[in-house]
Write a protein that binds this ligand. Structure first.
Ligand code: SF4
Length: 384
């Protein structure tokens, strides 16, 4: 199985915690947002994207497509239509079983949803993050809780039967009672999938700068753990299966595209900052829209790096990615995928992590424990 990721580098405004590559289309208050049709870069971006898609290898046949960003639904209706036509010209979509589109409340219209669904989009992901006004303001989100609910209801009204909602916890100043109310509000909407991430202070974001200057403090580990446990318990009680560290699905609604990443599968990413993994090589595009367009126009490569991992490093990466999934990996699967013996390669690390209660084995499978889930980054750093 392989996948195609399309990076749309536009957002209405940058959220204060975000380090994904995207350019704001609003100057100052959201009410002064530039009309979507007047975005000067969008046609040039689509032209460059079409060129990049035309260079994909003939034997690349995706079974999943993911429009991410950025905010794909921030493209105007006309540009969205152009994007879909470009994709159809250069990618054989006949074998695609899952086609996701990320969106944010306030950028969805009936017209855009119809356009996307008619083209074959069958999964939507809506960035809600919180239903609490103070938390939304703290994060610099562009929308209210009511707009998030409206966006979800509009998707359902238009017939979207596979919808993810994103939620965030670990936000400074947000009590566990707020997280509880957020979870109740999400569960009440009955989405098919929920992705719940802990806020991360990424380098270079305004929130990190405020923290570094002492204007705010990160949530402590115990509070974060309490909130994570609440997320897990609440979603479990509501019928979601916890299948990856931050991802929960109703039966049959696990995100196939993300499972492909966690399974070490092959994929192409197109657009600025997008990454690819194809035939043992990893490469990524420049994180700058102007440079992306200019390089393509000048007939130069839009890539900013490429690397080929040594077999052992690749095997260790496979293990770490597989451990993100709650069902982990068996020694047999690991051997089949990498050619390495799991216990010969990482036996010592696995043994002490088992003693520390971070990893467990059930039958043949190795997986993270409840405690391990919460400190997964440290575990992965040890294993790579
Ligand atoms: S909407 Fe998403 S991609 Fe855009 S700035 Fe906010 S978090 Fe980043």
């Amino acid at each position: 199985m392989s996948g195609l990721y399309v990076h749309i580098p536009f957002c209405v405004r940058k959220c204060l915690y975000c380090d994904f590559y995207s350019l704001p289309t609003a100057t100052g208050p959201v009410s002064r947002r530039i009309a979507a049709d007047d975005q000067p870069e969008q046609p040039a971006f689509l032209e460059a994207l079409e060129y990049e898609l035309s260079t994909l290898p003939d034997d690349f046949q995706p079974q999943s497509v993911f429009f991410g960003g950025g905010t794909p639904t921030e493209l105007s209706r006309a540009d969205l239509q152009t994007l879909l036509e470009i994709l159809k010209r250069h990618v054989d979509l006949s074998l695609v079983t899952e086609w996701s589109c990320e969106s944010n409340p306030g950028t969805l219209t009936e017209e855009k949803i119809t356009l996307l669904m008619d083209a074959g989009v069958n999964r939507f992901s809506l960035g809600v993050q919180s239903f609490d006004p103070a938390t939304l303001e703290f994060l610099g989100r562009i929308h209210s809780a009511e707009e998030a609910r409206e966006g979800f209801r509009l998707l359902r009204k238009m017939g979207a039967s596979n919808v993810n909602l994103d939620l965030m916890y670990g936000v400074p100043g947000t009590s566990i009672a707020v997280v509880q109310r957020d979870l109740e509000a999400l569960i009440e909407l009955e989405p098919d999938h929920a992705a719940c991430y802990c806020l991360i202070f990424e380098d270079g974001t305004p929130l990190t700068e405020l923290r570094n200057k002492g204007f705010l403090k990160e949530v402590d580990d115990d509070t974060e753990l309490d909130q994570y446990n609440l997320v897990r318990a609440s979603l479990h009680a509501a019928g979601f299966r916890h299948y990856e560290i931050s991802n929960f699905a109703k039966p049959g609604h696990e995100c196939q595209h993300n499972l492909l990443y966690w399974g070490g599968g092959e994929y192409f990413g197109v657009g600025p900052s997008a990454h690819s993994h194809w035939k043992g090589e990893r490469f990524g595009n420049v994180r700058d829209l102007d440079a992306y367009i200019r390089r393509i126009k000048e007939g130069k490569s839009q890539r900013s790096f490429s690397e080929r991992l040594e077999p052992e490093a690749k095997a260790r990466e496979t293990l770490v990615m597989a451990l993100r999934r709650l069902d982990g990996i068996s020694a047999d699967e690991f051997h089949r995928e990498t050619g390495f013996d799991l216990h010969a390669l990482c036996g010592d690390s696995i043994a002490w992590m088992q003693r520390e209660g971070l990893l467990e084995t059930e039958g043949e499978r190795v997986r993270l424990t409840e405690r391990g889930l919460f400190v997964s980054d440290a575990i992965f750093a040890e294993l790579v």
